[in-house]
Design a protein around this ligand. Structure first.
Ligand code: NAP
Length: 313
């Protein structure tokens, strides 16, 4: 777990992989390529050292371009940055895993992937279409492959030395246990939605007992209604400690033992989100006990179809 005075640079050693994952991570789920490149560059420059990518985000090239630009300037080296990317649902068949992995490496312009995740446990019809649909507009699933078979293909990537760690995303406790039990190489990281409105304590407890890092996405609640950053408990703590609500939510996530992902396209917010420092124990308790709402913002766990759930404003 992070020491309280070093949250910005906290790293969690990977028990089932090589290296350490920086606790404070930057997500690259940004629809526009130019904005992706600018945000990635800003995030590297302010100090973020973990970048979360995916073939599904269709912007790995822009992330790779930004990293190359910064690496060439000389102040930051590839070895200082932890890069995660993910296998999408249309590539779950074992023979499709290596080509998908290589295509991500090519777009990201990196030889070694620090962590490779299965983006969701749902296999879609294999092919080039990331969201294959039938004539009724329903997603076409692939019943010809199991998650364990896909996992075996990821294990081979670790064996080949091109990947330091492997993991899962958008799995529940039951699915995770299934893979942990079947795995030769256990998941190093599990990436799920988590924030004070969805703390996932049971999953975190299991992960900690198994030496798995829980990587929390949407750490600020994805700026959706009801807005986590307007929550009275978070706002009161922020005012009392002279921090911003975002800094409170991010510090909470690191101090309770998770790694996290946050995203912004705005340089001032990227800086704000990196400037986290420790919360006192009473604030940690207030957040743990004071959250009246329990909210999942992203429905991807239910069907494998990505998407934050629109709500009335
Ligand atoms: N595995 C998965 O299925 C999955 C699913 C979703 C996300 N993710 C990963 O997790 C990353 C983070 O998720 P997320 O985008 O939901 O993160 P988030 O940090 O919870 O939400 C980002 C939103 O908050 C706003 N924001 C950022 N910093 C702020 C601040 N200091 N004050 C107020 N608003 C702020 C941003 O707006 P501005 O840009 O306008 O600042 C943006 O709209 C993604 O980029 C992706 O890498 C993974």
């Amino acid at each position: 777990m992070a020491t309280p005075d070093s949250l910005q640079h906290a790293k969690i050693p990977l028990a089932h992989g090589s290296g350490e994952i920086p606790a404070l991570g930057f997500g690259t789920l940004i629809p526009d390529a130019v904005a992706t490149r600018q945000a990635t560059k800003s995030a590297l420059e302010v100090g973020f050292r973990h970048f979360d990518c995916s073939e599904r985000y269709r912007n790995e090239q822009a992330v790779g371009d930004a990293m190359q630009e910064v690496f060439k300037a000389g102040a930051i080296a590839r070895k200082d940055v932890f890069v995660t990317t993910k296998l999408w649902n249309n590539n779950h068949r074992p023979e499709r895993v290596r080509p998908a992995f290589d295509a991500s490496r090519r777009r990201l312009q990196i030889d070694f992937v620090d962590c490779y995740l299965i983006h969701t446990p749902f296999a879609f019809q294999p092919g080039d279409d990331q969201e294959p649909k039938d004539e009724r507009g329903q997603v076409v699933y692939d019943s010809g492959v199991t998650l364990v078979q896909t996992w075996r293909a990821l294990e081979s990537l670790v064996d080949e030395g091109k990947c330091g760690a492997i993991g899962l995303s958008n799995v529940n406790l039951e699915k995770l246990q299934e893979i942990v039990e079947a795995a030769r190489i256990k998941p190093a990281v599990v990436e799920v939605e988590s924030h004070p409105y969805l703390p996932e304590w049971d999953l975190l407890d299991y992960c900690q007992r198994q030496g798995i890092v829980l990587l929390a996405f949407a750490a600020l609640g994805h700026a959706m209604q009801p807005r986590l950053l307007d929550d009275p408990v978070i706002v009161a703590i922020a005012e009392r400690l002279h921090k911003t609500p975002a800094q409170v939510a991010l510090a909470w996530a690191i101090q309770r033992g998770t790694a996290l992902l946050t995203t912004s396209v705005k340089p001032d917010r990227i800086r704000e989100n990196f400037e986290v420092s420790a919360l006192p124990e009473d604030a940690m308790q207030e957040i743990r006990e004071g959250m009246a709402k329990k909210i999942r913002f992203n429905a991807v766990v239910e069907s494998g179809v990505p998407g934050f759930i629109p709500r009335d404003r």
